[in-house]
Design a protein around this ligand. Structure first.
Ligand SMILES: [Zn+2]
Ligand SMILES: [Zn+2]
Length: 820
């Protein structure tokens, strides 16, 4: 259903405002305005508005955990202020909100409380919508997206099928990351330093048949950020995560067998120094290569390694261990037989799961060779001469030595030369590998989107036809986690017929990772009710791609990388006309309480309600911006909130005190203009803290002024404050006689001429005789005026080395230097 173009009512009737001065009581004015804005549909954004270019401002949607805590306020209210600022600057701003409503949080809460995740989620969302309203946000609720509703997740299933058609969704058996606490597989991106991203439990490995999205098909394109206004930090994190390395993929024969060990190296120039090989414990050749006398030791080692977590295995602190398989490979360049070991510092998930070990030029291999008495042979020399013994690995560039026909070549050149030679001899070729793995999206849990695949004994994995979507998630399911998918036990869901052969078949029992939902939800907001397509291109073209995106830095890799991948895949299907979903991105830092990130799962959440009750939403909104640079994050400490509250009281008093008569005050006019310039620049850059400081200074300056300049200053103050503290700005705007909302006003224009400080001519005398005239900005204090006078060449010549006894300053007019 298309969105109706409803223009917000332009004029509001005047409120019945009592004329006597009153105290600032946020609890009296905030609910009143929230109600009024909703009634006047002030934040319902039309799909187009002549003269106001569209601007699509999205902030990451929350999990419906039940309450908007201080961390949410920190994410949402500065974003809301930014969106309001852009709107006042003349844009038609769409600022939507939704709920990332599937996932383990809701399911685990349900297990604990016995309330069904659907019921619990609906209740939580209702409460959070109410809280969003209490914040005073400009959200257009007509465009809400809720991922656990079938009218949303059917398009998840559609996306899955489209990816499947193009070979970008596939099923494979793999050793996957397993969270023993959450009882589900995880994507690599959800394992942070070896721990589950959700619950910090060490992740183990498990062999499972799972669905993957082929994000690696876009690895190279994901490394390019052309035209994106994104923080450097996020680009670096994604680049490192994708981890592109150039080198060569080569293969050595296993001695006495037809098998080969394939490996990747970034240093083909060191190949003559490969004195042994190492296989990951999971490597498929381990079993066949191991000699009978070594079998028991190898089996024991492999079993132990599989129980270790990745963080333990790759820790630099931990001493490397390994076991000799008894087998040998043949170094194709030296022709020597070299021993093959198994060691858990080699991971099956990186490269081929095997390495050529060059102890002379790799620190880990060096330590391993020292420990087990394996040969260390120098083949790259920093100075071109051979050294008999190395005390440590030399990992830099140099000249190839002890390297047959390549001896004497610079190592940089040798990399290519060896790879080319290997290519000619059929040993391998130059190649590129990535650290990035395909995105594992199967979850063995209930509260998610059912995977639209039917498994048939005759036909295999058969996609559900599009016209049978959505496959609805059944309500009545026992969701106690036991390592299997709860849906598997729901026989009337699982048992079905094959869409291809009509024989008996079973539905896939897993659900999708909730990061699938969030990878494309922003395409749904412009027309969330379209039942024919995942989005309505006529409407979406007016908004997409997202003009500005804000959210937590913790999503630098996970959500933001997945969203970029899905965007590119949809573009290649012809569904999107752009290849990057978010043109401009800014991340707020993390809000920390008692040394840890504030989150419900960590149990250190600070509830904002008490603060709102005591100080009002406007004060809390301002305080969120005032705590420090938004992108840097902050330590939550509510103690500074009083100062912000006092500032709003001052604004209240200043705005409601009659300006009185008097001449124009050029100084004050300049201060007002400079504040406009400062706040505008700061809000463009999300520097809320310095913008608020500038407003505090302006309010102080206005207190002691009178006349028309004060009147204009108060008007500017309220307009500049409106995005940050929307309720009080609106109330004072009306109390001062306005009849329409301040949020429909234009942002005050900056007048550079008025902002420039006034220039005065200061006469400088020495002992009463005029020696110089200096142009200076008006309002210099005594010290600055004195310093300026004494710096004058003419004054110094006149003084001729004499030390002044005293200096008399008449501000903006005269400096007299007295020497006797
Ligand atoms: Zn976990
Ligand atoms: Zn079939």
């Amino acid at each position: 259903m298309a969105q109706k173009n409803v223009r917000p009512a332009p004029a509001l009737p005047a409120l019945d405002v009592p004329h006597k001065r009153e105290r600032y009581v946020p609890g009296d004015i905030e609910p009143k305005w929230q109600e009024r804005w909703a009634r006047d549909r002030l934040y319902e954004t039309p799909d187009s508005d002549p003269g106001r270019p569209n601007f699509y401002f999205v902030t990451m949607f929350p999990y419906p955990s039940g309450d908007l805590h201080v961390g949410h306020w920190y994410a949402m209210t500065p974003s809301d202020a930014s969106a309001r600022f852009v709107r006042m600057r003349g844009h038609n701003v769409l600022f939507p909100m939704g709920f990332d409503a599937f996932g383990l949080n809701a399911e685990n809460a349900a297990i604990k409380t016995g309330v069904h995740p659907s019921d619990n989620t609906e209740r939580n969302m209702a409460n959070m919508r109410r809280q969003f309203r209490l914040m005073g946000t400009m959200i257009d609720w007509r465009r809400e997206v809720v991922t656990c509703h079938a009218d949303f997740y059917r398009w998840n299933q559609w996306l899955f099928l489209r990816l499947f058609e193009r070979g970008l969704a596939y099923r494979a058996k793999a050793p996957v990351n397993w969270c023993p606490k959450d009882q589900t597989a995880l994507a690599n991106e959800q394992v942070i330093n070896g721990l589950c991203e959700r619950c910090d439990t060490p992740v183990t490995k498990k062999d499972l048949v799972q669905w993957f999205f082929k994000i690696t098909a876009y690895a190279d394109e994901l490394l390019r950020f052309d035209g994106l206004d994104w923080p450097e930090r996020v680009r670096v994190m994604q680049t490192n995560w994708i981890g592109r390395s150039e080198g060569a993929e080569l293969a050595f024969d296993v001695a006495g067998s037809g098998e080969k060990i394939r490996f990747f190296t970034t240093r083909p120039d060191t190949i003559f120094g490969a004195t042994f090989m190492v296989l990951a414990p999971e490597h498929p050749l381990v079993a066949s290569i191991t000699t009978p006398d070594r079998r028991a030791a190898v089996d024991a080692y492999v079993t132990a390694a599989r129980q270790a977590t990745e963080i333990e295995r790759t820790s630099t602190e931990r001493e490397k261990t390994g076991v000799d398989t008894g087998g040998f490979a043949v170094n194709a360049f030296t022709g020597e037989r070299i021993p093959v070991w198994v060691a858990d510092y080699v991971l099956a998930t990186y490269g081929t799961g095997a390495i050529m070990a060059v102890p002379a030029h790799d620190e880990r291999d060096f330590a391993f060779a020292r420990k087990y008495g394996l040969e260390i042979r120098e083949v790259i020399s920093p100075d071109g001469t051979e050294h008999a013994r190395l005390d440590e690995a030399y990992i830099g560039e140099g000249v190839m030595v002890r390297s047959g026909a390549f001896t004497g070549k610079p190592s940089e050149e040798g990399k290519r030369a060896v790879a080319e030679d290997a290519g000619r001899r059929g040993i391998g070729a130059g190649s590129v590998i990535y650290r990035l793995r395909d995105w594992l999206i199967s979850r063995q849990r209930y509260w998610g989107t059912p995977i639209p695949i039917v498994h048939c004994a005759a036909c295999g994995a058969v996609p559900v036809p599009y016209d049978q979507l959505p496959i609805e998630l059944p309500y009545d399911v026992e969701i106690t986690p036991d390592g299997g998918s709860p849906l598997a036990r729901k026989r009337d869901f699982i048992e079905t017929t094959c869409p291809k052969c009509s024989g008996p078949a079973e539905r896939d029992p897993d659900t999708m990772d909730t990061f699938v939902d969030s990878s494309w939800y922003m395409y749904r907001y412009p027309d969330p009710n379209d039942s024919q397509r995942f989005m309505n291109p006529d409407i979406a073209k007016k908004w997409l791609p997202v003009t500005r995106y804000t959210g937590g830095i913790e999503h630098a890799i996970l959500h933001l990388l997945y969203a970029r991948f899905v965007c590119k895949a949809l573009a290649d299907m012809g569904e999107l006309w752009f290849r990057e979903p978010f043109t401009h991105l800014r991340n707020q830092g993390t809000i920390v309480f008692e040394g840890r990130k504030m989150s419900k799962s960590r149990g250190n959440v600070q509830a904002p309600d008490a603060y709102v009750a005591r100080y009002g939403a406007d004060t809390l909104r301002l305080f969120m911006g005032f705590m420090g640079p938004w992108t840097a994050g902050a330590d939550w400490d509510g103690s500074g909130i009083e100062g912000v509250y006092r500032f709003l009281h001052r604004v209240w008093d200043v705005a409601l005190t009659p300006a009185g008569d008097g001449p124009r005050d050029v100084e004050l006019d300049g201060t007002v203009q400079r504040t406009i310039g400062k706040v505008t620049g700061d809000l463009e850059q999300y520097h809320f803290n310095t913008a608020i400081s500038a407003l505090m200074e302006l309010a102080r300056a206005l207190m002691h002024a009178s006349g028309p300049s004060r009147d204009d200053g108060v008007r500017a103050l309220l307009l500049l404050l409106a995005p940050l503290a929307p309720h009080i700005a609106e109330e004072l705007w009306h109390r001062r006689g306005a009849t329409s909302s301040i949020h429909l006003e234009r942002w005050p224009a900056f007048d550079a001429a008025k902002a420039a400080p006034r220039v005065v001519t200061i006469v400088v005398q020495v002992d009463g005789k005029v020696r110089d005239r200096i142009e200076a900005p008006a309002g210099l204090d005594r010290k600055a005026a004195e310093a300026l006078a004494l710096a004058s060449e003419r004054v110094r010549a006149s003084l001729d080395g004499r030390t002044p006894v005293s200096v008399i300053v008449v501000p903006d007019r005269l400096v007299n230097v007295v020497t006797k």
